[in-house]
Design a protein around this ligand. Structure first.
Ligand SMILES: CC(C)(COP(=O)(O)OP(=O)(O)OC[C@H]1O[C@@H](n2cnc3c(N)ncnc32)[C@H](O)[C@@H]1OP(=O)(O)O)[C@@H](O)C(=O)NCCC(=O)NCCS
Length: 154
């Protein structure tokens, strides 16, 4: 029987699995201490997608006063192209909306076609770029989606 997929809040016990998926997805790495600090912040929102006791996807947000910022999104390589990325983005949009954010925004590598297609397909629009944003010099595309809130305050 296929194991069900469960979406739940990210916990400290998930950190190593989350870091491993981000690492193979070529996403920026942070120290375990920085990850723990983020998880304990009231401005942080993180979710993991779990199946058979294993984390297979993750998404996280930082609630800035004016908008929610997507800080990470990844699906394990063997679980891609099954709609999990889309579900994780919807979860982040819902979390941002419930938190009263006026918009949800992220930076994405200019060359990351799959992620841009995913976000644009869910109503995000390109609003600019940050030149040489990444450590290797690549530009970032800024994508945003307006939400119903008025901002979460300082
Ligand atoms: C981006 C990522 C999260 C997508 O996860 P996923 O579970 O494969 O995505 P989904 O199956 O939900 O795909 C949703 C849509 O995104 C687009 N998409 C996703 N992967 C794609 C690919 N490799 N090529 C083209 N389009 C793609 C398609 O429009 C797809 O819809 P479709 O399957 O109906 O055509 C995944 O590829 C990943 O973890 N990449 C590495 C980390 C990363 O780039 N994170 C984003 C940083 S900004």
């Amino acid at each position: 029987m296929t194991e069900p997929f469960v979406l739940r809040p990210m916990e400290e016990a998930d950190i190593l699995e989350v870091a491993a998926i981000e690492d193979v997805s070529a996403l920026p790495q942070r120290s375990l201490e920085a990850r723990k600090k983020d998880l304990s912040s009231e401005r942080n929102r993180g979710v993991v997608l779990e199946s058979g006791g294993l984390v297979v996807g993750l998404g996280s947000l930082w609630l800035a006063p004016d908008e929610a910022h997507v800080t990470s999104l990844a699906v394990s390589k063997e679980m891609r192209r099954r709609g999990h990325g889309r579900r994780l983005v919807w979860a982040l949009v819902a979390l941002a909306e419930f938190s009263g954010s006026a918009a949800i925004t992220l930076e994405c590598r200019a060359s990351n076609g799959p992620a841009q297609k995913l976000y644009r397909g869910l109503g995000f629009e390109g609003v600019g770029e940050r030149r040489h944003y990444y450590i290797d010099g690549e530009d970032a595309t800024i994508l945003t989606r307006k939400l119903g809130g008025a901002g979460v305050g300082g």
